[in-house]
Design a protein around this ligand. Structure first.
Ligand code: AVJ
Length: 325
């Protein structure tokens, strides 16, 4: 179909140069052990994440959607016609609120979803085309880094890169700084960056969101090991690990780990890697930083973004920041 193109950056010559799985090797041979959170999102992991977004304890998705529902028309008016480029698009559910607003401007609708999970990207792109007949989609399957380096100029007056759901929280301050540089490098002068961030709030609300009663977050966390088994011919036994998540007050971040229940050895054949696990040893799978709106705005400004507007919900649980290069 003319209106849908999907490029798999993982299989492009450029992507092959970066040896696949090096990040897993370095994470599992360090002390303490860690794994990069993008390994959550195989097709099954993306489905678990969609379920998390519907959980009563997991407030970020519905709070951000509320903000978008209130203010997407204001956002569209501020930027004017834009190509919409989404990092970590997943199911593109919240994106529809932006598409509605940009459609109302009466210009051409162009959407560039970027995700590491090709399954969910293709599926949601097809759903969107059903509901937005004039939409043109060019999807990119790959990491943010791969995709940002491949963005093309647009025939529309401008572009807006948007990064919702507080996925920024997965990055340490140092990686966050590098990421902002990559965004700046990908944008031309006058183009836009829309960022959704989860805000600091009482610990019990945060911890409940990552320890849901139904145990979906635990399944999501453990699924990373199944993904590694699939991808690298591994023999992780998820029965020998448990989900562990808590709020670190000092660093203002949720930390998610997998805790090993008994001493044993795991092999990942395709990585030529053997790893010893001790009982009670942990693998850090994710940090999810919680932000202060003023502080993150200042950081954007120091980096060279012009802050244009901030929106939040009545409880100030989540924030949306529009800035311009
Ligand atoms: C998609 C990274 C924003 O940190 O809240 C949800 C992922 N992890 N439950 C988050 C996640 C556990 C989510 N982000």
């Amino acid at each position: 179909k003319e209106s849908l193109q999907i490029y798999d950056l993982k299989s492009s010559a450029w992507a092959i140069e970066t040896v696949d799985g090096q990040d897993v090797i370095s994470g599992l041979t360090q002390n303490p052990k860690s794994l990069p959170p993008q390994y959550f999102y195989d097709d099954r992991g993306s489905q678990f994440f969609e379920q998390i977004c519907e959980l009563p304890e997991y407030y970020p998705t519905r709070t951000e959607a509320w903000i978008l529902r209130q203010f997407s028309h204001e956002i569209a008016k501020m930027t004017g016609a834009c190509e919409l480029i989404e990092l970590g698009s997943g199911s593109s559910t919240k994106t529809r609120l932006l598409l509605d607003a940009y459609q109302a401007l009466g210009n051409k609708l162009r959407y560039v979803p970027i995700d590491v999970s090709g399954g969910i990207l293709t599926e949601s792109a097809c759903d969107l085309l059903q509901d937005y007949p004039s939409l043109k989609i060019q999807g990119l399957v790959g990491t943010y880094e791969q995709a940002l380096a491949q963005l093309k100029p647009t025939s529309l007056p401008s572009r807006m890169i948007f990064f919702l759901g507080s996925s920024l929280g997965n990055l340490t301050p140092q990686k966050c700084d590098r990421f902002f540089s990559q965004i700046l490098a990908a944008l031309d002068m006058g183009e836009y960056f829309l960022l959704g961030v989860d805000l600091q709030k009482p610990k019990q609300i945060l911890e409940a969101a990552y320890n849901d009663a139904r145990g979906v977050t635990a399944q999501f966390n453990l699924n990373m090991l199944e993904h590694l088994n699939q991808r690298f011919a591994g023999n992780f036994d998820i029965q020998r690990f448990e989900h562990w998540a808590f709020y670190n007050n000092r660093l203002n971040q949720i930390e998610m780990h997998l805790r090993c229940l008994e001493t044993h050895t795991v092999c990942l054949e395709k990585l030529d890697l053997t790893v010893e696990f001790k009982a009670r040893e942990t693998i850090e799978t994710e940090i999810s930083r919680k932000f202060n709106l003023e502080v993150i705005q200042r950081e954007l400004q120091v980096k060279g973004f012009k802050p244009l507007a901030v929106w939040t919900d009545p409880q100030e649980w989540f924030g949306l920041i529009l800035s311009q290069k």
